[in-house]
Design a protein around this ligand. Structure first.
Ligand SMILES: CC(C)(COP(=O)(O)OP(=O)(O)OC[C@H]1O[C@@H](n2cnc3c(N)ncnc32)[C@H](O)[C@@H]1OP(=O)(O)O)[C@@H](O)C(=O)NCCC(=O)NCCS
Length: 143
């Protein structure tokens, strides 16, 4: 795939859950057990577009005391260029504007540094409930 990266071409918007599947299938696994989330229909899904091309997604689930995101994924060829941080920061700013102050995720071992870079900390205990061999992480916004 060849996509010219031009900052004015980059857009982040809410997308229907089934569009997130097209990225999850590539970044995670083409097996529906892996690319679908049981609760997808109740999530809030964001996509990052370069021009008309969807290159990254993340899915949010609102809880009583915060919001959890799952399946943050950027297509391989666009990783390491700031798009993951841009997408996540955009969502956190959006949910902050809705009054949400606590953001959670379950990180795989490779992504812990990415989340720490954004201010997330490992929770204590670090046990993750939805993701095998993952570490629970949290970002709390102080008022
Ligand atoms: C994890 C992922 C979403 C990160 O997105 P990305 O676009 O590659 O990351 P970015 O380029 O936005 O990185 C932002 C910052 O985090 C740092 N960073 C990225 N990955 C890192 C890592 N694994 N460890 C430490 N720091 C990392 C970058 O150096 C950058 O630092 P800077 O802002 O100081 O320059 C992406 O690599 C991905 O989709 N991976 C495969 C799917 C996956 O594992 N998802 C996470 C599920 S828990």
């Amino acid at each position: 795939m060849s996509i010219k990266e031009n900052p004015s071409d980059i857009q982040i918007e809410q997308i229907p859950y089934y569009l997130s599947w097209q990225i999850r299938k590539i970044v995670f696994d083409p097996n529906p057990i892996d690319y679908k989330i049981d609760d997808d229909e109740n999530g809030v899904h964001f996509g990052l577009y370069i021009g008309k091309n969807l290159i990254g997604v993340v899915s949010w689930f609102i809880e009583k005391d915060g919001a959890e995101f799952k399946k943050l994924g950027i297509l391989n060829e666009f990783q390491g260029k700031g798009f993951g941080k841009m997408l996540l920061t955009h969502c956190i700013d959006y949910f902050k504007s809705q009054g949400i102050k606590t953001f959670r995720c379950e990180s795989n071992k490779n992504s812990i540094g990415f989340y720490e870079n954004l201010g997330f900390k490992k929770t204590n205990p670090t046990e993750a409930f939805h993701c095998y061999a993952c570490i629970a992480m949290e970002l709390s916004i102080k008022v």
